[in-house]
Each structure stands twice: as structure tokens, then as C-alpha cells.
Design a protein around this ligand. Structure first.
Ligand SMILES: Cc1ncc(COP(=O)(O)O)c(C=O)c1O
Length: 382
């Protein structure tokens, strides 16, 4: 059997062998509760502290500004709830976010709506980008938190987070960004960015799932989501997942060291797929969704009007190719993508949108093969 082609790296990435090794090394090293005072506990704390220091150096922040969490979803929940509740004590009860956020942010905003916060969902243009002018009009002295993702997980569009962050902070609001899909593709110097809170996830960059990071800038008002023990300086209770944290740090080190090379290679694979579509598919049978330039290199969203995304995904799966219909989180349901709908794309374009996402190990040969397979599937179905 030929090796399957994995073009679904935005859903999750295969664990990097070096990260797996770091995981196993830590897990095998003994009982790992960093809060214990005995020798085993001290050894666990050394692993945890070492990982935090290394990640902080790579992200350009202080180690104590980083909180380990159970993943990107928890980081988003904790950031929004934690900052919003703290800001309410200062009389700020407005939230400004976008219509194209990940469900982890959108659902948390709906929860805040139930708690009495006034939430504004900024629209996106036809390329999936939020306009800074819309943010400027929406953010005022009552705004508690502004949350705008760095890179969209469905289209790869790169939002103007820096410009919006500057507006938010000039009006006394806290700025959060979900940077889950940006990690590994950008030089993230947190200290230099106009953000107070940022969410990251390990399993999108070759680390294990179930571990994430929340950056909380020094001095940011914050109420913890999880209460219990004093771990993570009282900002996230619960015994830290030391092996997973150690593996996350290793994966991030490799991603940072190889960032430029990985970015170039990813662009080559994406461009080869686009060139393959241009060569193999009849004109008018496909359309790219997202911004042509302001985008991350690893996500390509393409509609094949006339063929439902589910049908294309299933047919590609039968041919040994893994891709997603819209976001992975909504893949089990037939609900059309809220991101593409918010971009104002016609229904048919939304229903037929497939997300191809690339990463370590993908090749231009794979891209050429996938383009040919898509052409065969389209010819068979039309
Ligand atoms: C933009 C974005 N935010 C948040 C998440 C959630 O991260 P996790 O799977 O670690 O909970 C994802 C993953 O799908 C994502 O793409």
C-alpha cells in the first residue's frame, strides 16, 4: 500500500520524533509532581522550569508570563473569561471579537453574553480579513477585552492584530489573540507586540495534544478559570503535565530553529498544489478562498462548486489523502463554515470548500499527485 498523504496539518500535526523522545524521557524519569518538595518533585520542577525558560526565550517574554494549560481551547477560554471578569470590576463590560474566530473564542464570547457582557462580532471582508476601521469604531472606553486571532484556521488569512491591538490598548481595553495557527510560522516576540494575552497549542507544531500555553503580560488583570492548588502562580490550578510540557518545548525549539526553511518548503508545497489545480482542472471548476497575500503558508482553502466538501473529503480519503471540510472541529457536522459564510461567499462556494493544510514531511510530488486525484474525482462526479 502506498503511504497516505497527510494534508491536514491545521487539524493536528504528527508528533515530531524528538518531541516524542522528550516526552518519554520525562515520563520515564520518575513520579512527576513539580509541587512536591522531595527529590522527585524537585526533579519534576527542574524539567518544568527548564521548558518554561526555553519557551519564554523563543517567544520573547518572561517565563512567569507563561501559563501551561490543557490546550488552545482552554487558553482561549481562560484568556477571555479571566480578563473579562477582571475588567468588569473596573466597569468595563464590552467584548469586541470577530465573526471568523475559532469556536473556542466564539463560544466563550457567547458565554460572556449570557453573563451580561455586550459582544460585538466584527465582520470580515471577502478575503476573510477584519478591517481596522471597524475595530476602531467598535472599541470604546467600556470595552473590556478585544480578541482577534492572528491566523485563521480555515483560510490562513493573517489578521491585522498589531493595528487593532494598538487601538485596543490606547482605549484601555485588553488585547487577546488566538495565535494557535501562527506558531511555527512567525517570529513571535510577545514583548514587542501590542497584546496582553495570547493563546498557543502544542499539537499544531509537532508537540503532543492536550497541552497549550496562555501568555499573560505582566500586570494584566486576570481571574483564573480553574481554581484549586496554587500551580502556575495561582493562574491555573492542577498538577502540570510535565512530559507534555517538555515535549512541547522541544517541538517549539525545532520549529523556531527551522522556521525559515519550513516556511519555504511549505510555500513550495502549497504553490505546487495551486499549479497542479491550474494545470489539471477545468477553468471555473475551482476557486481559492482567503487572502492572496496576507496569509500563513500552511493553509489553502479551495472550493469545487458542484461537489460537496464531504464528498470530496471522502473520495480523497478513499484515495489515501487526508484533508478537512472546513474546520476540523465542525467536520462531524454538516453545518456550513461560519468563516466562509462571514466572508459573504455564495452558499455553493461555502458548501464545497475543502481545506488543504501542509507541514513537515509534505512534498511537491505529493501536491502534484493530489491535484491529479482531485481532477479525477471531479471528472467522475460531474
Ligand atoms: C485557531 C485555533 N484556535 C484554537 C484551537 C484549539 O486548540 P486545541 O485543539 O489545542 O484545543 C485550534 C485548533 O483547532 C485552532 O486552530
Amino acid at each position: 500500500m502506498t503511504r497516505p498523504i497527510y494534508f491536514d496539518h491545521a487539524a493536528t500535526t504528527p508528533m515530531h520524533p524528538a518531541a516524542l523522545e522528550a516526552y518519554l524521557d520525562a515520563a520515564r524519569s520518575g513520579p512527576l509532581n513539580p509541587s512536591s518538595v522531595h527529590a522527585c518533585g524537585r526533579a519534576a520542577r527542574r524539567i518544568l522550569t527548564g521548558a518554561r525558560d526555553r519557551i519564554a526565550a523563543l517567544l520573547g517574554c518572561h517565563p512567569h508570563e507563561l501559563v501551561f494549560t490543557g490546550g488552545g481551547t482552554e487558553s482561549d477560554n481562560a484568556a477571555l473569561l479571566g480578563a473579562a471578569l477582571a475588567q468588569r470590576e473596573r466597569g468595563r463590560t464590552g467584548i469586541v471579537t470577530t465573526a471568523v474566530e475559532h469556536a473556542a473564542v466564539l463560544e466563550t464570547c457567547r458565554r460572556l453574553q449570557e453573563e451580561g457582557f455586550r459582544v460585538t462580532f466584527l465582520p470580515a471582508d471577502e478575503h476573510g480579513l477584519v478591517r481596522v476601521a471597524d475595530a476602531e469604531a467598535a472599541i470604546d472606553e467600556r470595552t473590556a477585552v478585544v480578541s482577534v486571532m492572528t491566523v485563521n484556521n480555515e483560510t490562513g488569512a493573517r489578521q491585522p492584530v498589531e493595528e487593532i491591538g494598538a487601538v485596543a490598548r490606547s482605549r484601555g481595553a485588553l488585547m487577546h489573540t488566538d495565535a494557535v495557527q501562527a506558531l511555527g510560522y512567525e517570529d513571535i516576540r510577545l514583548a514587542d507586540r501590542p497584546v496582553d494575552l495570547a493563546s498557543f497549542s502544542s499539537h499544531k507544531i509537532g508537540g503532543p495534544p492536550g497541552v497549550g500555553l496562555l501568555y499573560i503580560r505582566d500586570g494584566t488583570p486576570f481571574r483564573p478559570l480553574l481554581r484549586g492548588g496554587p500551580q502556575e502562580r495561582g493562574r491555573r490550578a492542577g498538577t502540570e503535565n510535565v512530559p507534555a510540557v517538555s515535549a512541547f518545548a522541544r517541538a517549539l525549539e525545532l520549529a523556531a530553529a527551522e522556521r525559515e526553511e519550513r516556511t519555504r518548503e511549505t510555500e513550495r508545497v502549497r504553490d505546487a498544489l495551486l499549479a497542479g489545480f491550474a494545470a489539471e482542472l477545468p477553468p471555473g471548476s475551482w476557486a481559492v478562498n482567503g487572502h492572496p497575500e496576507q496569509r500563513a503558508p500552511h493553509i489553502l482553502n479551495v472550493s469545487f462548486p458542484g461537489v460537496s466538501a464531504q464528498t470530496m473529503v471522502m473520495n480523497l480519503d478513499l484515495a489515501g489523502v487526508a484533508v478537512s471540510a472546513g474546520a476540523a472541529c465542525s467536520a462531524g457536522s454538516l453545518r456550513p463554515s461560519h468563516v466562509l459564510s462571514a466572508m459573504g461567499l455564495p452558499d455553493e462556494r461555502v458548501r464545497s470548500a475543502v481545506r488543504f493544510s501542509f507541514g513537515l514531511g509534505n512534498t511537491t510530488e505529493e501536491a502534484a499527485k493530489v491535484a491529479k486525484l482531485v481532477a479525477t474525482i471531479l471528472a467522475r462526479l460531474s
